[in-house]
Design a protein around this ligand. Structure first.
Ligand code: PLP
Length: 416
């Protein structure tokens, strides 16, 4: 059995090696069983994938192109570097692939409402967008602290017709919003679907998210074959929860000669403890939380540790059980890039290629830039650019200590 086949037809249901599973309250069992069944039917129905592709083509600019970074490749002097442009999707990132796909499943289930939780707000905006398009009611749970930090995203979710509920329990951040979403779902599951944002959580979510996100890898594979006539030597993707990485890697999983590299958030450096890595350097440890088994960034007692990254979308304690497994068997190599390296890589790509990547995505670029110089010009590297960086303007301006920007903010504060 090939690796891809093992992910979609796993011998032990819901498990990827030791990782995955569904550790859930009994009350959610029936609804997860129903979701598993609807998803099984959908993926065995070839018209479903055709419908999904059609929606993505007409609503989200798919297939997204691959771009050869001619200038950067020349400057670095190693392999030819290609970018998979998920930043050109509607709503600016790969998240819409998963969200629209789940929306189509909601239709098949005949449900009328969706809920989601969001930290940085990107998944909330994508879900609110899908709900507006498909005519579904939408509630987004968000930690009260994150609501304050992510005002622009909250504004757009509300304009798109979603109700945004600030959660004040605990630390009032993502994990508290997850708890609140589960509480809602336990009462509302008859008419409500919980749109999980990444390839994590209890079975069947990792599988569903991987299934829709594999469109990134499948397109990339074909595009490289068409334009350069060969597969890449190496593929890089950033790893938060792991959905864009899993999706991109799935296009190449059974091509043993293609090396797959996931890049986690190294924050201020793995040695400082101030980061959001789990698999890199094995700084995380296996455990069960939030309904599934994987590597978590936790202490010896199983208490989740505080994560830090310049990229809000990588700031998560768990990681996809699919990637945990692929890393363990050595199919995927996991590295980490620091905040500083990411800012440098971002500047470099803006200046040499005119592309503003999301801070999350730029982790993949930073990881690649460290290594491609040692490769040769006949080699090919593919980097997943999971999203665009417009949303990061405040963080980037801050990190670059841009004086004019700081004056602009000070003037604005003085006027109000
Ligand atoms: C949310 C997000 C990520 C992290 O999520 P994954 O599930 O790891 O892909 C990465 N890049 C962008 C642009 C995002 O918005």
């Amino acid at each position: 059995m090939g690796l891809t086949d093992a992910i979609f037809n796993h011998p032990r249901l819901g498990y990827y090696g030791e990782y995955g599973g569904a550790f859930i309250p009994e009350i959610l069992r029936t609804t997860l069983d129903e979701l598993t069944q609807v998803f099984e039917d959908a993926r065995r129905d070839s018209s479903f994938w055709t419908e999904f592709e059609q929606v993505m083509r007409t609503y989200s600019c798919r297939p997204t192109p691959i771009t050869l970074l001619e200038n950067l490749s020349r400057e670095v002097g190693g392999a030819r570097i290609f970018l998979k442009r998920e930043d050109l999707n509607h709503t600016g990132a790969h998240k819409v692939n998963n969200v629209m796909g789940q929306g189509l499943l909601v239709r098949r289930m005949g449900k009328s409402r969706v809920i989601a939780e969001t930290g940085a707000g990107q998944h909330g905006v994508a879900t609110a967008t899908m709900a507006a398009r498909l005519g579904l009611e939408c509630t987004i749970y968000m930690g009260a602290v994150d609501v304050e930090r992510q005002r622009p995203n909250v504004f757009w979710m509300e304009q798109l017709g979603a109700e945004v509920v600030p959660v004040t329990d605990g630390s009032a951040t993502l994990k508290d919003a997850i708890n609140e979403s589960l509480r809602d779902w336990a009462y509302s599951m008859a008419d409500t679907h919980y749109v999980l944002g990444t390839a994590c959580g209890p079975h069947p979510f990792p599988q569903i998210v991987a299934y829709f996100q594999r469109i990134i890898g499948e397109e990339s594979r074909q595009q490289l074959l068409d334009s350069v006539g060969r597969l890449p030597d190496r593929v890089y993707a950033c790893v938060g929860g792991g959905s864009n990485a899993t999706g991109l890697f799935l296009g190449f999983l059974d091509d043993a000669a293609v090396e797959l590299v996931g890049v986690e958030a190294g924050g201020r450096g793995l040695e400082t403890g101030d980061h959001a890595s789990r698999l890199a350097g094995l700084v995380g440890t296996p455990g069960v939380a939030q309904g599934y088994k994987t590597f978590f960034f936790q202490d010896a007692e199983g208490q989740m540790r505080h994560t830090h990254s310049v990229a809000a979308g990588l700031d998560y304690i768990g990681v996809s059980p699919i990637l945990a497994h692929l890393a363990e068997i050595g199919r995927v190599r996991i590295e980490a890039a620091t905040d500083q390296e990411v800012i440098e890589a971002l500047k470099r790509m803006m200046r040499s290629e005119g592309i503003i990547g999301a801070l999350e995505s730029t982790h993949a670029l930073a990881g690649a830039l460290r290594e491609v110089g040692a490769m040769t010009p006949d080699q090919v590297v593919l980097i997943g650019l999971s999203g665009r960086g417009d949303k990061d303007i405040f963080t980037i301006a801050d990190a670059l200590e841009d004086e004019n920007w700081q004056r602009f903010l000070a003037d604005k504060a003085a006027r109000s």
